[in-house]
Write a protein that binds this ligand. Structure first.
Ligand code: FMN
Length: 173
């Protein structure tokens, strides 16, 4: 029997898209907090929770952040940018910590989408991770892992594609 809850969950996963153009309206503080809350509940090795967040709403700071990536248009156009850092003080195994932060980010993207908000995970900005840390004055213990732009979508619904499941399965025993 199909469970409606499971179907809704899979629909949320499948219908999320990276959105690079946003309306001017900003998400409310409680919506942003819910997204951070979803990130907070991600799994991590030894439950070390190595993620830390900086929420950028200030337009001047946001435009300085935008100067650090070729995706400046995405950051400048989004009302909010959430910077996600790895706290080296909590780190115990770099590979596992980075995987945990990926889980944290995916929780946040899905939570935003479930609330009718749009996001884009920006990785290219990692080329300037030290400059981002300096701009946001977070100190040497924190290493940038990603920036997520957040807002209401101003894009038409687009299709995305994935490799077939068959092509992803290496074996079955
Ligand atoms: C680690 C990572 C880094 C990414 N970096 C960027 C980026 O710098 N700029 C961008 O526009 N999209 C970036 N994306 C978004 C991907 O382009 C997008 O997820 C992919 O094309 C699939 O599209 P979809 O998210 O709409 O399904 C990144 C996604 C991930 C997971």
């Amino acid at each position: 029997m199909k469970s409606p809850r499971k179907q809704a969950f899979l629909d949320t996963i499948r219908s999320r898209r990276s959105i690079r153009q946003y309306l001017k309206d900003s998400p409310k503080d409680n919506e942003i907090e819910e997204i951070l809350e979803a990130g907070r509940w991600a799994p991590s090795g030894l439950n070390n929770q190595p993620w830390r967040f900086v929420v950028v709403k200030n337009k001047v700071i946001k435009s300085k952040l935008a100067l650090l990536t070729k995706y400046a248009r995405v950051i400048n156009g989004a009302p909010i940018a959430i910077c996600i850092f790895l706290d080296s003080g909590s780190s115990y195994n770099r590979d596992k910590d980075i995987l945990a932060i990926g889980a944290c980010i995916q929780n946040m993207l899905l939570c935003a989408h479930a609330q009718g908000l749009a996001t884009c995970w920006l990785g290219e900005i990692l080329n300037k991770k030290d400059e981002v840390s300096a701009l946001l004055d977070v100190g040497l213990d924190y290493e940038l892992m990603a920036v997520i732009t957040l807002g209401y979508s101003d894009e038409q619904l687009t299709k995305s594609c994935r490799k077939s499941l068959k092509s992803l399965i290496l074996g079955e025993y």
